[in-house]
Every structure is written in structure tokens, then in C-alpha cells.
Design a protein around this ligand. Structure first.
Ligand code: F6P
Length: 338
């Protein structure tokens, strides 16, 4: 098993569930590769047993470590993966990750590697599953932050801009914005018109509400302009580091409206700490379903949540296209703007 990409609350709960059912019910032996695909490439692993995976359920992060290493970008990467798996007598691999990690899993599956995927990302932008684990926790963290920002915004008659994660999808921004009662929510799927945002704020303040909360996803862009990046270089999957839209909005909103504006960037706090009860249960169900799929020899699949059921989707359904924000959900949020 391996955990790849950005860490996410609930990873340890998946690991615990895979080991508990794999060892106790199916009689498997399980190893964990360190730091995602990097561990498979460099053959660095640790034995996982009931003992060293107990107590993991509420623990954030991943005991295996994670990385954004892409074997398809490494010299002889695919051959090295295959050789190392064969040399360690690995029958099957459970890859726990998002679009990138599972994209690698899907390609390796088409090269003959026996792999099952588990959908993980706080962004909730993975196709073929209604929810990924980690998302619920991130939304709760953002909602708590927005609640706290409300009281200070109100006390100082300020506009508070809250920048949340969400590279290509505005799920976190929209869920936490609705839950926290945001006055505007800006998401990557809908390039925004800053004049319109300022109009919302002015209209609201004109009605005697002297404060506003604007939630912005890090990947949101103005109608005219590009996404704002924090660094030039890209990772092994071609992603730039985003960040900066909140700061840009702070200056622009204050200048255009004349209302004092402050920005809060929630950053990696959204990925840290203990998972919510929802994510603990989802991660546990995913872990159990993944080891069952391995035991059934049903490879090239990703376990997924559909409604209240855990099902098996193909890895190819899951990767390639991102699950962007539901238009109806955003329209619900819009009712409360301005
Ligand atoms: O993919 C999850 C995510 O948290 C994104 O929302 C964010 O853009 C990215 O990871 C940040 O990655 P890193 O921690 O590598 O800077």
C-alpha cells in the first residue's frame, strides 16, 4: 500500500482498515511503501501489522509519508516499479491518492501491475466518487475559521477575505462558504468579475451590514487575468504552486470600495489534524472495500462512494477528467451573495 500526493485527514484510518481486515480476515501480509511512488521506485517499505497500525484512526497525516513523485517522469521508472514489486513478492498494490497518484496507478495497471485505488483529496475533485475522504474535515476546518472571522469582521466593520484550497475545483470554498454564511464565494470554475463582487459588498453595507466575508478558492481567477501563482516551478505532475489571490483581492476590494479589508489564508491547516467522524467512517469503509477488491482479484478499480454505497469504479473512469463544482450547489450559495 502507498499514500501519494498532498496528505489528507483519514489516510491513517484507511491504512488501519486495510491491515485489520487484510490480516485478520483474509490472512494477507501487508507492507507500506514510504513516501508514495518514491518508495516503490527506491524499494523503501515497512511491514504493517495489527500492532503498528493500531491507534491510527484519529491521527492526521500518514504514517507512510507522501510525495508527488511520478514514476513516469523518472528514468526507467516503470521498469523499476515492476522489478521492485516482483523482487519483494508483492501480489497487489493499493494506491491511496488523488488524480495524480491514481493516474499513475491507472497507467501502471495498463502495463500489467495489479492495483486497486482509494480516492483521497481534500479538494473532492476526483471523478467517479461522490466524496473523497478528507474533504469533510477540510470543510469543517474552514467553516470554523469563517465563524471566527465573522465576529472580528463585525467588530471592526471590515471585509474579510478567506483564501481556501482548491486548485481546479471550488468544492471546499462553496461548502464552507454556504456553511459559514459567506457574502461572496469565488471558485476556479467561474471566473469572477471584481466589479460585481464589490457591488455585492457595497449593496450589503448600504443595508447597514458593515462587514462582509468573501471566500476565495486559491485557483479562482478574475474574468480578465490568469490564476495567481506562488512559485514558478511545477511539480512532477505539471502543477504550479498556487496562492496569492487572497492578497490581491484584499488590496483591490479596499481600493475599489473604500472598506477596510483583511485577508486570511488558511493554507495547510486545512489538511492537518484529526479527521471528522464522517471522514473516519468513509476512510474505514474505503480501506475495507479496497482490501476486499484485492482479495477478489478485481484490479484496475477504485473504491468509490455512490449515494450511501461503497462501489467499485474503474480507475480510468476516475482519472482524466476532474469532478468540478455542481452548478446547482453554486446557485444555492449565490442566493446569499450581497
Ligand atoms: O491537492 C490537494 C492540495 O491541498 C491542493 O488544494 C493544493 O493546491 C495543493 O494540494 C498544495 O500542495 P502542496 O502542499 O504540495 O503545496
Amino acid at each position: 500500500m502507498l499514500t501519494g500526493g498532498g496528505d489528507c485527514p483519514g489516510l491513517n484510518a484507511v491504512i488501519r482498515a486495510v491491515v485489520r481486515k487484510g490480516v485478520n480476515r483474509h490472512g494477507h501480509q501487508i507492507v507500506g511503501y514510504r513516501d508514495g511512488w518514491k518508495g516503490v521506485l527506491e524499494d523503501e517499505s515497512m511491514a504493517l501489522d495489527i500492532e503498528n497500525t493500531s491507534g491510527l484512526l484519529p491521527r492526521g497525516g500518514t504514517i507512510l509519508g507522501s510525495s508527488r513523485t511520478n514514476p513516469f517522469k523518472e528514468e526507467n521508472g516503470v521498469e523499476r516499479v515492476k522489478e521492485n514489486l516482483a523482487a519483494s513478492n508483492i501480489d497487489a498494490l493499493i494506491a491511496i491518492g488523488g488524480e495524480d497518484t491514481l493516474g499513475v496507478a491507472e497507467k501502471l495497471h495498463s502495463e500489467g501491475v495489479k492495483v486497486v485505488g482509494v480516492p483521497k483529496t481534500i479538494d473532492n475533485d476526483l471523478n467517479a466518487t461522490d466524496f473523497t475522504f478528507g474533504f469533510n474535515t477540510a470543510v469543517q476546518i474552514c467553516t470554523d475559521a469563517i465563524d471566527r472571522l465573522h465576529t472580528t469582521a463585525e467588530s471592526h466593520n471590515r471585509v474579510l477575505v478567506v483564501e481556501v484550497m482548491g486548485r481546479h475545483a471550488g468544492w471546499i470554498a462553496t461548502y464552507s462558504g454556504i456553511a459559514g454564511g459567506a457574502d461572496a464565494i469565488l471558485v476556479p470554475e467561474r471566473p469572477f468579475d471584481l466589479d460585481e463582487v464589490c457591488d455585492h459588498i457595497r449593496r450589503r453595507h448600504g443595508r447597514g451590514r458593515a462587514f462582509s466575508i468573501v471566500v476565495v478558492a486559491e485557483g479562482a481567477t478574475p474574468k480578465e487575468g490568469d490564476e495567481i501563482t506562488a512559485a514558478e516551478q511545477t511539480d512532477a505532475f505539471g502543477h504550479v504552486r498556487l496562492g496569492g489571490i487572497g492578497v490581491a483581492l484584499e488590496g483591490e476590494i479596499e481600493e475599489r470600495t473604500g472598506f477596510e479589508t483583511r485577508v486570511t489564508i488558511l493554507g495547510h491547516i486545512q489538511r492537518g489534524g484529526t479527521p471528522t467522524a464522517f471522514d473516519r467512517v468513509l476512510a474505514t469503509r474505503f480501506g475495507i472495500a479496497a482490501i476486499d477488491a484485492v482479495d477478489d482479484g478485481d484490479f484496475g478499480k477504485m473504491v468509490a462512494l455512490r449515494g450511501t454505497d461503497i462501489v467499485r469504479a474503474t480507475l480510468s473512469e476516475a482519472v482524466g477528467t476532474l469532478k468540478t463544482l455542481d452548478a446547482e450547489l453554486y446557485e444555492t450559495a449565490e442566493v446569499f451573495f450581497g
